[in-house]
Structures are given as structure tokens and as C-alpha cells.
Write a protein that binds this ligand. Sequence first.
Ligand code: DAO
Ligand code: DAO
Length: 287
Amino acid sequence: MVSLRFPFSFSQSRPPNSPSTSRFRSVTICSAAVAAGVGAIAAGVSLSKNSTNPLVQNTFDFLINKLTPNYNDPIWGSLSLAAARPDITESKTGVSFPPVLKDSQQLLGVGLRKKNVMGLKSISVYAFGVYADESDIKKCLSEKYGRLSVAQLKEKDVNEDLMESNVCMTVRLQIVYGRLSIRSVRNAFEESVGDRLQKFGGSDNKELLQSFTSLFKDDIKIPRGSTIDLSKERGYVLRTKIDGKEVGSIQSKLLCRSILDLYIGDAPFDQQVRDNLESNLAPLLND
Ligand code: DAO
Ligand code: DAO
């Protein structure tokens, strides 16, 4: 009897008592062949990982994409396990994220937003997951990146194209800090997003910033456990929902770009998401 654990490339660990554990345990496959295959591939990692030969690297990436039980791989369908695909846990907080949102947006990475308070201590504010629509990825990015290995992808700026393109995406925030006030959200937002608006759009973006922060009404409560979805929809519309309830939407390519930059840009809140991005994008580009 072989337990099939974490069929994807996120580096993570799951706390023993996390809510998804029992469902996760039930994903068990009676197949020595699968175990042998995975073992052989794992052994191949050390041989191929450092290869500078593109043919070897491409073959290796192909085998990894096609033979490992990747959570995006059709193997899940053929084993009738699609419904049992486990949530992905952000390791430092134990917060879990569904592998797919809105039926078609695939999870590309999870991370943690920390904030330094008065230069003294660092608090964990929220865990986040970054999702992108699978068919949009193919439509917008496959022609340019479809035949590249993960290593080759890492040398390109695929994250830039993802942020600039019309790919529908969602960043899901799950609040872990228990004393978040709207005032501190507004301040942090003005600092982090304001900085990006200036970087990508120049200095005259006060109105745009205010149009977004004016959505944060004083009576909104965001206690620990709240979920905020920031979605870039078709035509660069940024829609914000708190616990599934819409709080507003704004059409602005610059705002969408600036928000995404916080999570998958060059100086992201958590480098772990950037480190995994290409490995999680590659199977979606190559299918
Ligand atoms: O004043 O208690 C405090 C420190 C709060 C820091 C809050 C940082 C907020 C980060 C943005 C959250 C967006 C949901
Ligand atoms: O972490 O610095 C940051 C920026 C986070 C963006 C948060 C947007 C929050 C929008 C909804 C809050 C509504 C009260």
C-alpha cells in the first residue's frame, strides 16, 4: 500500500491537525508501479537537475511533467482521484488553499505576507495563494514559452508577461493576524501599492489609489480567518471580495499590474512563490 503525498512542486509541510488532513490521508493508491516510477524519477533528479545539455534537460522536464503524479496531470482523472486533489498548505501558517478556484484558475504558488512594525518586530499578516486561468495561460503565453524547460523558463521573464497579459488571475489572501484594523490596511496599502503605482505609472496616481482605498469602508471587519479575493478579470478589471461578498471593482491595467507585482514581481512579499512559479506554470503551458 503506497500513500501518494503532495503530487506537485510546492515546497511545504502540513501541520498534523490541519483541517484537510483526513481527506489528504484518504488519497491512497494501491500501486507499487506508481511508487517505483516516482522513485526512479526522484533518482533521476540528482542526475538531471544540473545538466547543462538542453536535450537532457528537456527530456527530464518532459518526464517530470508527464510521469510524476503532478496535481495538474491527467493521471489524476484516470485514477478517478480528481475530486480528492488535496488543498495546498502554506507551511509557516498552516493555512490551506484549494488547488483550483472558479473551476479554471490553477494555484501557482502560496506565500506569507509579513509586516515590520516600527522596525521592531515582524508580524505575519496573511497567507496568500496566486491563481491563474489555465486556458488564458495557453492562449496568451504558450506560443512564446510553450516549448521551454523549467530551467529555460527561469531565465525568461515569464512573470512579467503573466502580469501584463489579459490572463484572468486571483490572489487569495487569508488573514492570520487577529488585530487588523481598516486604518492599518489603508496605510499598508498606500505604502505597498502606492509604491508600485509610482514605479509603473509615474507620480500622478493619487486618484487611482484613492478610488481603491475608498472601497475600504470603516465598518468592514477583517478578523483572523477572513478571506479576501483580489481578482484580475477580463479587460483588467480588479474585483475585490471579502468572504465571497463583493466590495467593489475598478478597471485599471496599472492597478492590476501593481497588485500582482506585490506577489509575483521582482521584489515579492514571499520569494517562495517566485521560486515555484515556473515549475507550476510549465505543465500548464505544455499540455
Ligand atoms: O498596527 O497592529 C498594527 C500593525 C498592523 C500591520 C498591518 C499590516 C496590514 C497589511 C495589509 C493587509 C491587507 C489585508
Ligand atoms: O499587503 O500591503 C499589502 C497590500 C494588500 C492589498 C490588500 C487589499 C485589501 C483590500 C480589501 C480590504 C478591504 C477592507
